[in-house]
Design a protein around this ligand. Structure first.
Ligand SMILES: *[C@@H]1O[C@H](CO)[C@@H](O)[C@H](O)[C@H]1NC(C)=O
Ligand SMILES: *[C@@H]1O[C@H](CO)[C@@H](O)[C@H](O)[C@H]1NC(C)=O
Ligand SMILES: *[C@@H]1O[C@H](CO)[C@@H](O)[C@H](O)[C@H]1NC(C)=O
Length: 408
């Protein structure tokens, strides 16, 4: 794990040593396929939408309106919004293709599928009021993703589709941000039919994720380390790193372990059940760029053993929150129907921490431990068995909900 960290640092340092390196000029839309292009390449219809948040961020949201196997395309369908994790983007639910990809599986089951992108990732790096180079462009963590981006995307999707509520599936940070929304913007719980949390990092005191544990002494509490790194783009998807990954991961079987290390850094210590043929594609689309504050906020969760707002240090906390300690999120506000899924080999969202959740959640419908003891953080998206172990189950629960409504 530490090896992975050093590797990334070396990579970024190498990139920075190049004259033309500018971490901010880096939206390689031409170098890679967009989510819409990936969807269309498999014969599914795709749409690309732009959602502007109240604070000006422009989020690129993709849609598979229906499966090509379902002929009446214009028919009203139940809606699902699928949200990616840290360092990731909408591509992650598409990479394993129509057989195993959650987005395709939902479309084939009769759903209108939307794929979100959080502010700052390679699809959502635009703001109508602030240039991407503005020092405050990157002043956000998953608090803003959960309290601003998710509500904006949900409102937009419900308006376009004419639906009153939707299903939600999140992976990793896609869950953390959902927990933020449900507790901080509780009025949104009524817009959720069911929500499926795949590997949710909420409480993190027991995390064994190496990057978090190793950096906690520096970034776990406000201080010089945090101040230096705060409010910046972290691991941007830029053409230099892109090219390096493309060449190293696509053509060199000998370097597969190097590429695995990159995937590990993003996904946690268990390579476990990962479909290795996907690694080049994973490396091509990740890391998709985050604000350093997102990572710091997770490290704070580990250090404090609490799920609470971003810690700016007591002086700024007083200014922002009116109290010296960041207030905790009130999980008792999350009234939407919650389904939790976790793996025993997952260092970031592990059983001990997840076991604190049930008594705090008022409407928990399912707490599911994946039976395979080797199931890790990334397996929820990329395992060879993901359809059978996760996707079918999530979709069955969604359908049961919709069929229940139709009966009443
Ligand atoms: C791995 O993913 C590729 C690409 O989607 C797919 O063709 C292959 O069948 C998968 N391998 C397994 C063992 O599922
Ligand atoms: C940012 O979004 C605005 C509003 O949608 C758009 O007019 C502008 O072209 C976008 N800029 C970039 C660089 O994509
Ligand atoms: C670890 O998990 C246990 C059980 O849920 C919890 O009581 C404890 O606070 C957690 N954190 C640490 C640092 O032990």
């Amino acid at each position: 794990m530490l090896r992975g960290t050093l590797l990334i640092l070396a990579l970024v340092a190498t990139a920075a040593a190049f004259d033309d390196f500018d971490p901010f000029i880096d939206i390689p839309f031409k170098a890679i396929k967009t989510s819409a292009e990936r969807i269309e390449a498999h014969g599914y219809p795709a749409e690309s939408h732009f959602v502007e948040t109240p604070d000006g961020y422009v989020l690129n949201v993709f849609r598979i309106p229906h499966s090509p196997s379902l002929n009446n395309g214009a028919q009203q369908r139940p809606v699902v919004l699928i949200m990616h994790g840290l360092f990731s983007c909408s591509d992650c639910f598409l990479l394993n293709g129509p057989e195993d990809g959650l987005a395709y599986n939902y479309a084939d089951a009769g759903y209108d599928v939307w794929l979100g992108n959080a502010r700052g990732n390679l699809y959502s790096r635009n703001n109508t009021r602030r240039d991407v180079k503005h020092p405050y462009f990157w002043k956000f963590s998953w608090h803003e993703i959960g309290s601003i981006d998710l509500p904006a995307m949900i409102d937009y999707i419900l308006e376009v589709t004419g639906e009153k509520a939707l299903h939600y599936v999140g992976h990793s940070q896609g869950c953390t941000s959902f927990f933020v929304m449900g507790s901080y913007r509780p009025e949104y719980n009524d817009k959720i039919k069911t929500s499926h949390m795949l590997a949710p990092p909420v409480f993190m005191g027991n995390t064994t994720e190496g990057l978090i544990v190793a950096t906690a002494p520096v970034f776990g509490t406000p201080g010089l380390g945090t101040t230096l790194l705060e409010n910046q783009v972290f691991l941007p998807q830029n053409q230099f790193i892109q090219r390096l990954l493309d060449t190293t991961c696509s053509n060199q079987p000998l370097l597969l372990s190097y590429c695995k290390t990159l995937a590990l850094l993003w996904g946690g210590p268990e390579i476990g059940n990962l479909n290795a043929t996907l690694l080049p594609q994973i490396a091509e689309t990740h890391p998709a760029g985050i604000s350093s504050n997102q990572a710091i906020h997770f490290i704070q969760s580990y250090a404090s053993n609490e799920f609470r707002l971003y810690d700016w240090g007591s002086r700024k906390n007083l200014e922002y929150y009116g109290v010296a300690e960041p207030p905790p999120y009130d999980l008792g506000q999350i009234t939407s129907e919650l389904y939790l899924y976790y793996g025993l080999a997952d260092g970031s969202a592990n059983k001990q921490d997840i076991s604190r959740l049930p008594e705090l959640l008022p409407n928990l419908a399912l707490l599911h431990e994946v039976p395979d003891p080797t199931w890790g953080h990334l397996d929820f998206i990329f395992a060879t068995e993901v359809k059978k172990v996760i996707n079918d189950m999530v979709i069955d629960y969604s359908k049961a909900y919709d069929e229940g409504i139709n009966k009443n």
